[in-house]
Design a protein around this ligand. Structure first.
Ligand code: ADE
Length: 417
């Protein structure tokens, strides 16, 4: 009832999952809270998520709360095979995920997760919900809803809702402030740099590093690249974001200009072919290309292949394309999420908050079964504040309280200068 790479890796996976849990105090407190009350008792959940140590702790927490969980990968290159083995062998949670699986196997695994007849889906990128609607719509009957982890998935779901194609309520976990302020910014900031450094081991100090897209992920990447001493350029299509990047102290220019001077170019846009043929034509020799957006469509890889006369793989997760004029361009992790494919994804301490939102969102779906519209719903403000409060407590950080006088002042309009 599982399809994983190697069950003998389980012991190594268990150790890493426990290590991650030490950095996940909010998840630990939710596990304690729900161990007796079991609000997810017998709720079948199918999760299409990156199979990492943090996801393993999410699955453990859901199981502790009573759920019947199966997992499949949300990206063919992000699975940590030792974690998959540990989930199956140690925690008896079925997993369908093998690092490096083909596209066909990736979709077979999604269908295996749907064979679990989920009452709740948990997606990272909306592939599970998309397949559910496209080819398994008979399963929609009686489902409680779904949750969505990432920006790209939420955009897809909103497109479905707009066309009235969405046939179940979905909670956009990504929209919680305790998710995107931290996971997208500090998580991607650290893990994308981690992936680039692990893959290349090239010094960033003194290099020109271009970030394509200044959303929450792009902001985090730019901030951390600057921290390494790189000269950071931001490219944008949105005037407000471009202005913000400029006032944050980055150089802003079109990618066609930035490409001529960059040693590194990393995309974080959620859109297709943002690093395109015209940019490749003018890139510097040796330029490193990476993507941190959800899908491997941000870099036009077919164009890169068409422009190149030969390819080689000098290091794991690096393919060097030699162009006709002798320049080489280095593509990391096949253009897939560099933070998960070449490193271990976001650090546990940020996934702690993202996945606490997932647990509470699942419980919210159960508590509100049949009451929610078939639409994309935000996470309730109370959940966000509760998670922030729990995280602060775990970090042993105290904050001030408004006095009665301050509360009255904020609630009144009469008092001025
Ligand atoms: N997305 C980004 N980083 C992740 C991680 N460590 N685990 C699961 N999903 C992720």
């Amino acid at each position: 009832m599982s399809d994983i790479s190697d069950r003998s890796l389980a012991d190594a996976g268990v150790k890493r999952i426990d290590w991650a849990l030490q950095e996940m105090p909010v998840m630990r407190s939710l596990m304690e809270r729900y161990a007796d009350s079991r609000p997810l008792q017998d709720v079948r959940i199918s999760g299409c998520l990156h199979i990492t140590t943090e996801t393993a702790n999410l699955a453990r927490a859901l199981k502790v709360a009573g759920a019947d969980v199966v997992l499949c990968a949300s990206n063919p290159l992000s699975t940590q095979d030792d974690v998959a083995a540990a989930l199956v062998e140690e925690y008896q949670i079925p997993v369908f995920a093998i690092r490096g699986e083909s596209s066909d196997v990736y979709y077979q695994h999604i269908h295996a997760a749907l064979d679990h007849l989920p009452m709740i889906t948990m997606d990272d990128g909306a592939d599970l919900v998309s397949e559910l609607h496209k080819s398994r719509s008979e399963l929609l009957q009686g489902m409680m809803g779904g949750t969505e982890e990432t920006t790209t998935g939420v955009i897809r779901l909103r497109a479905m809702a707009k066309e009235r194609a969405l046939k179940l309520p979905v909670i956009a976990v990504n929209d919680a402030m305790t998710k995107h302020f931290f996971d997208n910014r500090y998580g991607t900031g650290q893990s994308a740099l981690d992936g680039i450094i692990r893959a290349t081991n090239i010094l960033l100090a003194g290099k020109t590093f271009t970030v394509v897209g200044y959303g929450w992920c792009g902001r985090g990447i730019a901030m951390r690249a600057r921290g390494h001493g790189a000269h950071v350029i931001v490219t944008e299509v949105d005037a407000l974001r471009a202005l913000e990047a400029s006032m944050d102290g980055y150089q802003v220019m079109p990618l066609s200009e930035a490409a001529k001077q960059s040693d590194f170019i990393i995309s974080a846009t959620g859109d297709k072919h943002v690093i395109d043929r015209e940019h490749m034509r003018v890139m510097k020799d040796g330029c490193v290309l990476a993507n941190s957006g959800h899908f491997n469509v941000e870099i036009n890889i077919p164009a890169l292949q068409a422009l190149s006369v030969s390819q080689s793989s000098p290091r794991e997760n690096v393919v060097e394309y030699t162009l006709e004029d002798g320049r080489t361009l280095r593509l990391l992790a096949e253009g897939r999420l560099v933070n998960l494919a070449a490193a271990e994804g976001h650090p546990s301490a940020v996934m702690d908050m993202s996945f606490a939102n997932q647990v509470l969102a699942a419980i919210h779906l159960v508590d509100n079964k049949g009451k929610l519209d078939n639409a994309v719903h935000g996470v309730a403000a109370e959940i966000d504040h509760e998670i922030a409060q729990l995280k602060l407590e775990a970090m042993d950080i105290q904050i001030d309280q408004l006095t009665d006088e301050q509360q009255r002042y904020l609630a009144s309009w009469q008092e001025g200068t």
